[in-house]
Design a protein around this ligand. Structure first.
Ligand SMILES: [Zn+2]
Length: 358
């Protein structure tokens, strides 16, 4: 199975001469994209033509400088510190290539295959976004599951089984959105509004990255599958362009996608289960209970707990149930309640991988 990701590398401290060359080439690419008759390196032109959406160009926007994979290199610098790398970047000038130091956010390893990539200009300088892939072996046996419930106030609550550890992630995401929504609504200056828009987006993106990293690390360390609730009524529906965009900006989509691709990179299965009743059912006795102000109460067994935690617990259980159903040794597990085997190790094979899009 092939897994892909992007390694973001900051281009660090190129000397003045190199920086000038980089900027010159970047500006040329911008002018080329905007339709000016300008000579850029032919392989770069090919890559730019391939990946730029020329139908929706905006006048004041800058576009990535795409690089064809056989025209640049990114490799570890010998005899230096662990995260020191060099990139050789092609430019349409004499001597063809410039070598710049880069700082990737994660290690670039030999097993990674480097694909067509791009250079992006940020406020603080240039970034090389390396598209990489590698072959991963999906994990065949696991010891439990981590269930994720995504809510509106807390971004996500995770419960892992069998150890029943609970974590709340992104508890202040609702506040961030509310704060910036309020700021934007009361602001008539388009420039400031745009700035707030980006601040809001970037903060939420960061939280989604951190949260997905924590969840995937937990799954990796404890050998767990990851179980997500299917978003009801949102997927497979076309609600028009504007509404679709809104739904896709919804942080849960982001979080979900980050979890999926980070898990895939580690070979961890992600399965999706129906969310029906996961918030109403008691995670201890399965009877329908009551939700009130974020608390779940079961009048049958007396369980009183955080409502999202209860839901995440149910999702994790459902995920294990789903894998067991498709596993060969179904019967031996079916008769037992999960709670009574908390300290036992579950070892089942995830056969039902169709949902996880592997
Ligand atoms: Zn109960």
């Amino acid at each position: 199975m092939k897994a892909e990701k992007t390694v973001v590398c900051r281009i660090t401290e190129p000397n003045k001469n190199k920086l000038k060359k980089l900027e010159r080439e970047y500006n040329k690419v911008q002018r080329y994209i905007k339709g000016q008759d300008i000579d850029i390196y032919s392989a770069t032109q090919q890559a730019v033509d391939k990946y730029t959406d020329f139908n929706s160009l905006k006048k004041d926007k800058e576009y990535p400088w795409h690089l064809r994979n056989d025209t640049f290199t990114a490799e570890k610098a010998e005899n230096t510190k662990r995260f020191n790398y060099w990139a050789k970047i092609p430019i349409a000038e004499k001597h063809g290539k410039i070598t710049v130091p880069i700082k990737p956010h994660t290690e670039i390893t030999k097993e990674m295959k480097i694909h067509d990539s791009k250079i992006i200009k940020k406020e603080y300088g240039f970034e090389l976004h390396l598209s990489v892939s590698k072959e991963v072996e999906p994990i065949k046996t696991y010891k439990g599951a981590i269930g994720i419930d995504m809510g509106l106030n807390k971004l996500a609550v995770s419960v892992s089984l069998p150890d029943r550890q609970t974590h709340c992630h992104g508890t202040h995401i609702g506040n961030i959105q509310a704060k910036y929504y309020f700021l934007r609504r009361n602001c008539s200056n388009g420039y400031v509004r745009k700035k707030w828009d980006n601040k809001d987006k970037n903060k939420i993106k960061d939280i989604c990255h951190q949260t997905s990293r924590k969840i995937v690390n937990k799954a990796k360390q404890n050998n767990l599958i990851i179980v997500l609730g299917k978003l009801k009524g949102i997927q497979n529906q076309n609600k028009g362009r504007k509404m679709n965009r809104k739904l896709h900006n919804f942080p849960h989509w982001k979080l979900r996608n980050y979890i999926k691709y980070k898990a895939k990179w580690e070979g961890i299965p992600v399965i999706e289960v129906s969310e029906v009743y996961t918030s109403q059912k008691c995670s201890r006795c399965k009877k329908i209970g009551k939700r009130h102000k974020g608390e779940f109460k079961c009048s049958n067994c007396g369980l009183k707990t955080d409502a999202d935690k209860n839901a995440a617990h149910n999702i994790a259980k459902r995920g294990i149930g789903k894998s067991l159903k498709t596993s060969s040794d179904t019967r031996s597990w079916k008769s037992k309640d999960l709670h009574t085997m908390q300290n036992q190790i579950l070892c089942v094979e995830p056969r039902d991988m169709a949902q996880s899009k592997y």
